[in-house]
Structures are given as structure tokens and as C-alpha cells.
Design a protein around this ligand. Structure first.
Ligand code: CMC
Length: 427
């Protein structure tokens, strides 16, 4: 039996259908609210607002569940590789070997970026933040690939997706190489997708590149863990920009900018800077715990808390273990890892954090692994963007295929009422 919800206001009753998702999530469908009543809803930060129906990612913040297309993040991080997960997210099913081979071959065919793009990169100062460079280069790709995507053609859509999956890792590697003053290079099409990313990033001009399985496995896992997270800030940005029928590359570039902020993907850089700061200050974690709880201090414990996870972030659990494994396997002792573990222990026992259900999130331990892999701190959020790329693409594709309307929230106006213009001589 279909369910309804009733809203009563000013003596009038309004009925709304209730939508129930496949995991029994309940939503009141208010599409007719304004037309029938003249009323709108107010929900800053969209804490209670579902912006779409989506079949890509499911997460339950109370139970700490995260699944891509029905598969648990734990199983995918253990058994799949990043390209398989990208295919799964974008096209909805795990690929057969021949589907995966074709996807990879098509990507290899597109893995060259127009040489002219190097001039754009060249014009950035070395001090530029890599996230700004990456957003700009992604946007610049449009100029070199101007044909708009006909979204009603699966073939057109596929071609645009493959192009982006192919060229984005080159841009990621170039932003790093620019920062490090290394010559720009292309990948090697005999390598796996992630292995190729590692080579493009780490190859030195005077040394033969040697594959390191620990690095590649760690990167694979991190990229998978970041690959999608339903309607977060950057993904919602990608969907809303795309909803104006701006192209795929423009939508992704906007998503990169949204990801950059320290409350979102930029937290991975902020965590390491915070841990380094605590170390330089004598390692007194209690002092920083007190700062985080002090409402007159803007300091927040970076890498803690999440809009949706109110129990634990399953990605953080996997990454914490991976950090131990990677550092152990590489023979690295990083005192910052001990500070992080100390902070986590204190926070989990502290009433302030317990009351607010604040737990370590995906960004708390990821930077420690990136550091162990010799990735500079300013590149951490770029690595997050590399991982999130298939998720953004999948969400953009879903939004366009569902022919969603342009995103355009309403507001409650709280400014001045109409008033007469006052000439400047009389103000
Ligand atoms: N340190 C100290 N207090 C915190 C923290 C923190 N990291 N996070 C939340 N709080 C407090 C906050 O002050 C508020 O307290 P009160 O109820 O007394 O006013 C309460 O907890 C609820 O916080 P909120 O800001 O209303 O929650 P939100 O859902 O709007 O924000 C968040 C979620 C992730 C932005 C926030 O927890 C935060 O700023 N965390 C630090 C930044 C971070 O690690 N971001 C990465 C998020 S996960 C990966 C990603 O999205 O990219």
C-alpha cells in the first residue's frame, strides 16, 4: 500500500507521497508542495534534503555501511582494482574480463593530452596549489575537446567518459611534476591503469623506473576508497553544474574546486599540517583536544567528524590498517602516525566527541600513507580527486540519463522590503 505524509498549515492539509528506497530509506516527496500551498522548505546545508534518487552508492551513517552498486567497500578494497571499480560505478555492473580489457584499451587510445596544454601549465607559478592547477587544466581540456556530448547517444557518452578517464591521470601527474620541477611525461601503455599513474608521477629523468608493488597496491586501495560517496559537496556540485547541461569536463572541474575546501577533500592536507603542528609544538595532544572543544577557538580536529557517519567511517578503518601495513612494509617509522593514533584514542574516550558522534573520517589516516609514498602534502587532495573521478562521472551520467531538471534551490528572503532610492548627495 502506498504511504502518504500530511502537512497541516493554517488549517489546510496537504498530502504528499512517500518514496521508499531499496534499503528502506523513507523520503517525503514534496515536489507539489509549493505549487499547492505556496510554502517552501528551509534546510541550510541540505541536512535533511534528498536532491535525487540514485542507484550508485548506498551508505548508512549509523551502521557504518558503504556500498558501491551493492558491493561492500570492504570487499571491493580487498578484491577489486581501481579500474574495475570505476567501470562498476559508471556502468552499474562489474565488468567481464573482455569488457574491462576493452575499457582499458579505449582509455589507452586516448591517453595523450594536446601538447599545447603544456603552455597552459607552464604559465602557472611553481608555487600554485596543485588543486587550482588541476581544476584549470581540466577546464582547459574543453578547449581541446570542444564537441559537446550528445547524452542521448550511449556511444558519445562513452567516448567522453573514456577521454576523461584517460587524460585526467596525465593532468594529475603533470601538476605534481610541475611542482617538483620535473620534465613532463606521458604514461606507458603496457602498464595497468594505476601502475601507469604511479610511473607518470614518480619516474625520475635520470633513473630507470622500478615498479613497487607496495606503492601500487596502496594507491589502488586509496583510489577505490575515495571513488564515490553519494551526494557529498563536490558530487552535488558536479550534478548541479551538469544539470544546466554544461559539459562533463566543465562539471568535473567545478567538482574539483568544491573538493578543495578543508571541510571536504582538503581535510587530508589539513590533517597532516595539524599533526605536524602538534609534533612541532611538543606533541601535546591534550592541548589540541582542548582547543578543538573550545567554542571560542576556531580550531577543529581535522579528519574528525562527518555529516553522515555517526558511528564510524568504514573507509577510515580500512585506511588505518593500510597505514600500519604500508609503513611496516616500507620500513618507515613516522612519529606523526603515533600522534594520530593518540589523538584518535583520546577523542574516542572524550565526552565532547562521544556526545557529538565524532569519529575519524577517511582523511584522518590517508595523508600518512601518501607521505610514506613520497607524495607532497599539497598533492593529497589531488589524489582524492583522482580517486573520486569515476564517482563524479557516474553521478553526472546518471543525472543526465535521468534527464533531471536544472538544480535551482529556493530561499527565504530576509532583506529589506521595497524602499525608495536615495540620491547619493542625501545619504
Ligand atoms: N572538531 C571539533 N568539533 C567538531 C568537529 C571537529 N572536527 N566536527 C564537528 N564538530 C562539532 C561542531 O562544532 C558541532 O558542535 P556543536 O553541536 O556544539 O555546535 C558538532 O560537532 C556538529 O558539527 P557540524 O559542523 O554541525 O557538523 P556538519 O555535519 O555540518 O560537519 C564536517 C561535518 C565533516 C564538516 C565537520 O565534522 C568538520 O568540520 N570536520 C573537520 C573537517 C574534516 O575532517 N572534513 C572531512 C570530511 S570526510 C571527507 C570528505 O567529505 O571529503
Amino acid at each position: 500500500m502506498s504511504k502518504t505524509a500530511t502537512l497541516e498549515y493554517n488549517g489546510e492539509k496537504y498530502e504528499f507521497p512517500v518514496t521508499i528506497g531499496t534499503e528502506d530509506e523513507i523520503a517525503i516527496d514534496i515536489k507539489t508542495l509549493r505549487a499547492n500551498s505556496g510554502i517552501i522548505t528551509l534546510d541550510p546545508g541540505y541536512k535533511n534534503t534528498g536532491s535525487c534518487e540514485s542507484a550508485i552508492t548506498y551508505l548508512d551513517g549509523e551502521k557504518g555501511i558503504l556500498r558501491y552498486r551493492g558491493y561492500t567497500i570492504e570487499e571491493l578494497a580487498e578484491k577489486a582494482d581501481f579500474l574495475e571499480v570505476a567501470y562498476l560505478l559508471i556502468f552499474g555492473e562489474l565488468p567481464t574480463q573482455s569488457q574491462l580489457d576493452k575499457f582499458h584499451d579505449d582509455i589507452r587510445d586516448q591517453a595523450v593530452v594536446d601538447e599545447e596544454m603544456k603552455k597552459i601549465l607552464d604559465s602557472f607559478p611553481k608555487s600554485a596549489h596543485p588543486m587550482g592547477v588541476l581544476a584549470s587544466l581540466t577546464s582547459a581540456l574543453i578547449a581541446f575537446n570542444p564537441s559537446s556530448v550528445n547524452v542521448s547517444s550511449e556511444e558519445d557518452m562513452y567516448k567522453a567518459i573514456v577521454k576523461l578517464m584517460a587524460k585526467f591521470p596525465v593532468l594529475v601527474a603533470w601538476t605534481l611534476r610541475k611542482k617538483e620541477g620535473l620534465p613532463l611525461d606521458y604514461g606507458d601503455d603496457t602498464l595497468g591503469y594505476v601502475e601507469n599513474i604511479a610511473k607518470m608521477m614518480f619516474k625520475r629523468p635520470n633513473k630507470e623506473y622500478k615498479k613497487n608493488d607496495i606503492t601500487i597496491n596502496a594507491l589502488d586501495k586509496l583510489l577505490i576508497l575515495h571513488a564515490d560517496h553519494e551526494q557529498n559537496c563536490s558530487t552535488s556540485t558536479v550534478r548541479i553544474v551538469g544539470s544546466s547541461h554544461a559539459g562533463l569536463f566543465a562539471s568535473i572541474s567545478a567538482g574539483i574546486s568544491a573538493l578543495w575546501g578543508p571541510l571536504h577533500g582538503g581535510a587530508n592536507q589539513a590533517v597532516i599540517e595539524m599533526l605536524e603542528g602538534i609534533k612541532a609544538d611538543g606533541g601535546d595532544t591534550k592541548k589540541y583536544m582542548a582547543k578543538a572543544k573550545d567554542k571560542n577557538d576556531p580550531f577543529r580536529l581535522m579528519g574528525f567528524g562527518h555529516r553522515v557517519y555517526k558511528n564510524f567511517d568504514p573507509r577510515a578503518r580500512i585506511i588505518k590498517k593500510a597505514a600500519d601495513d604500508v609503513l611496516g612494509n616500507l620500513g618507515i617509522v613516522d612519529p606523526v602516525l603515533d600522534i594520530a593514533k593518540g589523538l584518535e584514542k583520546e577523542a574516542l574516550e572524550d565526552q565532547y566527541f562521544v556526545d557529538r558522534k565524532l569519529y575519524p573520517n577517511v582523511d584522518f589516516y590517508s595523508g600518512i600513507i601518501y607521505r610514506a609514498l613520497n607524495i607532497p602534502t599539497e598533492m593529497f587532495t589531488v589524489m582524492f580527486a583522482m580517486g573520486r573521478l569515476p564517482g563524479w562521472i557516474a553521478q553526472w551520467r546518471e543525472m543526465r540519463l535521468r534527464n533531471e531538471p536544472i538544480g535551482r534551490p529556493r530561499q527565504v528572503y530576509i532583506g529589506e522590503n521595497q524602499r525608495a532610492f536615495v540620491d547619493i548627495s542625501k545619504r
